[in-house]
Design a protein around this ligand. Structure first.
Ligand SMILES: C[S@@+](CC[C@H](N)C(=O)[O-])C[C@H]1O[C@@H](n2cnc3c(N)ncnc32)[C@H](O)[C@@H]1O
Length: 419
């Protein structure tokens, strides 16, 4: 338990980087701790590929385990020993992520599913678990949760006031295991009674997230006094900046000045006019009190020393909160330790959002220039077909010949002979 507590002491801001849990930076000891916590015969990561194949949704190959060569007394890796390329798991993009920004939580499935596995292992096998997803959109993650629920005796509830057709179809296909509530969180959360895990990815602002974290406290299950809570978008752009799906739902005290269609750039704490990615309704300023998803998480856990907070700095950031009293606390702590606020991941994510923003900005610029070009072509074509244009061309020819008297004379003679 003491090891897990270390996570809660991690610094409050992502800007001042806290020490990584394994202070020695020794990944082999991370693995050893994880293995010891899991038992020798258990795999630390669940086999997503098997999961997906079984439910005909195979898209992600089984992930490469970066620590495997450090186990079983394998010799240390030296560059000359690395011959074959590392298998890369493709970005989980569907038609719902046309900009290939990696917006879906499905990109973090290698963390989410093993966390759920830990919860499952600690519960009695006959108990039906309840997994809730707040903000499910098109169901990119939900379909994996439902597949997992089939194998692991769990029902899935999604709360979304504006679900996409594919999510509605999933609800129709899986009525026994999946329930879609077309409603708003946190109100809808409070109707559930209890939950084992809540995945929060709905309205990304301080007020809503704080209300959701408070609502989760009302959903204690026989397993844990506070459910396992995973929250998306704790890094840029929504970590320190509110975004409002509907500003009318936010009390005036919590509503920051905001701009529909405001453009955001990782290097700009204001709005990046013409230089960023447009968002439906972001706050005008990043930072400060009561602003952003991560700020809400930090303010919430400041009053709860019974909770542990880990942050996986990838794909817009995933916070994981769990109770020290939960039977899976130690296993989960060991599982996320190697990734928690890892400086390498933080740097990669920062670099990724910079490039993603830049390429998105260029793509938008290109498409607006292309549009202008098409408009100009259209105008030229219309002009060329007009009487005015034909007369102007004729006059230009006459002037051209007049400037060359010989040619003019010859042409006149030829014309005269011809007639
Ligand atoms: C970013 S998308 C969710 C993506 C999904 N979790 C995934 O990983 O593929 C956000 C969703 O939250 C929903 N939403 C907005 N406000 C909400 C609220 N108050 N409660 C629940 N869902 C909300 C939106 O309708 C939208 O579908």
């Amino acid at each position: 338990m003491r090891e897990c507590r270390r996570f809660s002491n991690i610094g409050r801001s992502t800007r001042t980087r806290p020490p990584v849990p394994d202070a020695t930076g020794d990944r082999s000891s991370c693995c050893a701790r994880r293995e010891a916590a899991l038992g020798r015969d258990q795999k630390p990561f669940c086999d997503i590929d098997t999961l997906r194949h079984r439910y005909n949704g195979s898209r992600i190959p089984f992930s490469h385990d970066p620590c495997s060569s450090l186990r079983n007394n394998a010799p240390p890796i030296r560059p000359s020993h690395i011959r074959s390329p590392v298998a890369v798991t493709p970005l989980e993009t569907s038609s719902h992520d046309s900009g290939k920004l990696g917006v879906s939580l499905a990109n973090l499935v290698e963390v989410i599913v093993p966390a759920l596995d830990a919860v499952r292992r600690s519960a009695s096998s006959d108990r039906m678990l309840t997994i809730v997803e707040v903000g499910a959109y098109a169901g990119d993650l939900t379909s994996t949760l439902v597949a997992w629920g089939h194998i692991n005796r769990a029902r899935v509830v999604a709360i979304d006031p504006d679900p996409q057709p594919s999510l509605v179809e999933l609800a129709c296909r899986e009525p026994g295991i999946f329930t879609l509530l077309r409603d708003y969180s946190p109100e809808a959360l409070l109707t559930l009674g209890s939950a084992d895990c809540i995945i929060v990815d709905g309205d990304h602002n301080y007020f809503t997230v704080m209300s959701e974290l408070n609502a989760a406290a009302e959903l204690a299950s026989p397993l844990s006094p506070y459910p396992l809570v995973m929250l998306h978008d704790v890094l840029w752009p929504h970590g320190r900046r509110d975004h409002y799906a509907d500003p009318a739902r936010i009390p005036a005290d919590y509503l920051h000045p905001h701009t529909p269609g405001g453009e955001l750039h990782p290097d700009n704490t204001g709005l990046a006019h013409g230089e960023g990615i447009p968002y439906p309704c972001p706050a005008n300023k990043e930072g400060g009190d009561r602003n952003g998803v991560l700020t809400a998480v930090e303010d919430f856990i400041a009053s709860r020393d019974d909770l542990v907070h880990a942050l996986i700095p990838a794909f817009f950031g995933l916070s994981i909160l769990w109770s020290l009293q939960a039977p899976y606390a130690h296993e989960l702590g060991a599982l996320v330790a190697p990734l928690d606020r890892h400086p390498l991941l933080e740097r990669l994510e920062h670099n990724r959002v910079l490039h993603v923003t830049e390429s998105r900005r260029l793509a938008l610029q290109l498409s607006s220039r292309h549009e202008r070009l098409v408009q100009l072509h259209h105008r030229i074509a219309t002009l060329r077909g007009s009487r005015t244009y034909r007369v102007a061309r004729l006059l230009a020819r006459v002037r051209h010949f007049r400037r060359m008297p010989d040619l003019w004379r010859e042409t006149t003679v030829v014309r005269a002979e011809a007639s």
